[in-house]
Each structure stands twice: as C-alpha cells, then as structure tokens.
Design a protein around this ligand. Structure first.
Ligand code: PLP
Length: 385
C-alpha cells in the first residue's frame, strides 16, 4: 500500500522523470568520467550539464558548484574550509538550532580548541540578532546560519546577516538544504560565500549534494585525493546521481512558484483543520516566515512517538520532535532552544509536504488525527484526559 507521506523534510520520493534520466547511467553508460576513451569521457559533459542546471536553480555560475556526497558533507566542507583557510582566526559562529551536520561539527571544533558561539533563538524560532551582532569579532573565521530550519520551517534573515558580515569581511555559509527548490534562492543577490544543498530533499536520490562556493572565496578541500571537481573534492563522481540531481533541480526551477502556492494552500488547510479539531494544539515557529511545505504542531499532553505509531497504522508518515535514543525520548534541540515546554515538545509532530501530496491525503490525516489525540489523552501520563 502506498504510504501517505508527510515526511518530506526527512527525504523525498525520487521524481519519475529523475529516475528515468538516471537509469541509463547504471545500465549502459557506466564509464569513469576521467577516462581518456570516449565511453567514459562523454560522461564528463553530462556532469557539466547537470552542474549548470544545479547552478541555475540558485543563480550561481556552474564553476561555483562542487559536488559532494550529501548535505552533511557540504556543511562539513564549508566549515572545514574556513578554519583551514584562516588558521589565525579561532572563532566560529552558528545557531543553537542548526542541523547536526553543522551543530556537531562545531562541537567537534570546540573540542579541538576553537571558540564557538551558538546563537539563541526566541520562542518563535527567530534568530536573536542582538546576540549575533555581539558575537561577531575580528577573530571570527566563519558564520554558519541555516537558511530555514528543518523542524519548524522558520526562515532566517540571510540577506540582513550576510550584509553585516560582508561589511566586516567575514565568511558566511548557509545551510540551504531545506530551502532549495521550495522558495527562490539567488546567490547573485544573496550575500553568502558558501551554500549547501542536498539531492534527496528535492526529489533526487540520496547520496548526492552540492556546495556553492562564490568565486574568489578562499577554499580548502575536505576530501583530498584525485583531481575531480578541479581538485576541490576528490573521488570518482557519483555520475548517475549527479545527473539525477541536475534533472531534479531543473524540474524544481520550472515549477517553483506554482508548487510553493500549492504546498502552502495544502499545508494551511491541514494545519488549520488540526488546530480547530484538536484541543490544546499549537504551532511551533514563526508562522509569518516559514517554508511553504512545513508545519510543526504540538499536541500537548501526548507523546509524539505514540501519535506516530498510531498514524503508522493508517500508513501515514510524519516526524516527531523527540527522537528515541537508547530507550529514552530525547527532546528536539530546536524546540528546546525555543523554550517550548517539555509537555509540548514531546507531543510535537512535523508534517512536511511535497508536490506529490494530495488534498485527499490531507483529508485522511484530518479525519484520523482528532480521534488519535483524544484516545491518547485518555491514556496520557500527564493526567489530562
Ligand atoms: N541540513 C539540513 C537543514 C537538513 O535538514 C539535513 C537533512 O535532514 C541536512 C543538512 C543533511 O543532509 P543529508 O541528509 O543530505 O546529509
């Protein structure tokens, strides 16, 4: 049975057009793009075509795109490149709500002796700009602030932050993994030096990503070896996935505006109905500044994991704000940073939509959720029956 899939910030289904585009590169054209013979060498041109399509989605020049294995590698590469390129600078700035790909890399740098500032957010997940202004100093090697948060969808003021950093000549990286293909991104106007994206969040396969590096930015490779990617990222290219990523970006660019409208309407319908039909429910995150496809709702006095299990019985997929690690429920670091009470964090559910979601699917969730919440509240350890 086809799932009702509302977990697209975790990963997306591969678009059929994308799969069609990539399959010949497993079956037929399996050569190595670095080979001298035509069979392999012709793939080099296909990779460059894909690079141009990815660049076009974000307004970059093709040579500013470096292929990586995923969003995590792109994030790690950006941070590592900055600290290697500016060894005299010993300070790094990120936010408390970054994806672990940035957060844990910064913690790693902190253990290695760098000074790391993790900027706070307010109860709506908005960045504390005063804290940001206070944190920046001449010792800052890089500031890494996500474009939009994967759990709440809250969008940060990247242009404003970037302009301040540009004036101070400080490197700025943004993790745009959840943004690319959902809202317009144009690095020609956006004051960022590096920007991460990932294939599997926009209907390409897992295992391929890209890092945009603005021309003129000092860069130091993270993966060292062969001459691929003009010496900026070694390793034989993941040809089929790169071609797929190119196709997915082309589709995303073509449909961006229409799709964003569709997603917002469907998300708002789902969200509005759930808030109306389920008492003690609240939205987490700044509703005025959110990705069009994401809603994060706390159903107080219930365990998110229990909700997910009940949804699973209807083959409905979503995510919760608490992750089950070694038998205990670890509350989301994002919602904790926002100061959301634990009873609300534990009952938080993220629905994230894609172009493949239908009105009928949203209706199914709207039909089953109120009953699930009611039933779970009667069993709630928080005593709200
Ligand atoms: N950054 C953000 C904001 C994400 O949401 C994710 C994935 O969930 C990543 C980075 C990591 O991307 P990947 O899974 O491609 O390594």
């Amino acid at each position: 049975m086809k799932p009702i899939y509302f977990d697209n910030n975790a990963t997306t289904p591969i678009a059929p057009e994308v799969l069609d585009e990539m399959l010949p590169y497993f079956r037929q054209f399996y050569g190595n793009p670095s080979s001298m013979h035509t069979f392999g060498g012709q793939l080099h041109r296909k990779i460059e075509e894909a690079r141009a399509k990815i660049a076009a989605l974000i307004g970059a020049e093709p040579e500013e795109i470096i292929f990586t294995s995923c969003g995590t590698e792109s994030d790690n590469t950006a941070l590592m490149s900055a600290v290697e390129s500016y060894p005299q600078k010993r300070h790094v700035i990120a936010t408390r709500v970054e994806h672990p790909a940035v957060l844990n890399f910064c913690k790693h740098l902190s253990r290695k002796g760098w000074r790391v500032t993790f900027l706070p957010v307010d109860s709506s997940g908005r960045l504390d700009m005063d804290a940001f202004l206070k944190a920046v100093d001449d010792d800052t090697a890089i500031v890494s602030i996500m474009y939009a948060n994967n759990e709440t969808g809250v969008i940060f003021p990247i242009p404003e932050i970037g302009n301040i950093l540009r004036e101070r000549n400080i490197l700025f990286h943004t993790d745009a993994v959840q943004v690319a293909g959902k809202i317009p991104v144009n690095v020609k106007e956006l004051p960022v030096d590096m920007l991460s994206i990932s294939g599997h969040k926009l209907h390409a396969p897992k295992g391929v990503g890209a890092l945009y590096v603005r021309k003129g930015t000092r860069f130091y490779p993270y993966i060292i070896g062969g001459h691929q990617e003009r010496g900026r990222r070694a390793g034989t290219e993941n040809v089929a996935s790169i071609i797929a990523f190119g196709k997915a970006c082309e589709l995303a660019k073509e449909h961006l505006d229409k799709e964003a409208d569709y997603l917002k309407k469907l998300r708002d319908k789902l969200e509005g109905a759930l808030l109306k039909l389920c008492p003690d429910a609240q939205i987490n995150g700044d509703v005025k500044n959110r990705l069009p496809n994401t809603t994060n709702i706390s159903f107080k006095y219930v365990e998110g994991e229990a909700i997910l299990l009940r949804l699973d019985e209807y083959n409905i997929c979503a995510s919760s704000g608490s992750a089950c690690t070694s038998g205990s429920l670890e509350p989301s670091h994002v919602l904790r940073a926002m100061g959301i009470p634990y009873t609300a964090i534990h009952g938080s559910i993220r629905f994230s939509l894609s172009r493949y979601n239908t009105e009928a699917e949203a209706d199914k969730v709207i039909e089953v959720m109120p009953e699930i919440i009611k039933e779970l509240r009667t069993l709630s350890p928080y005593g709200k029956g």
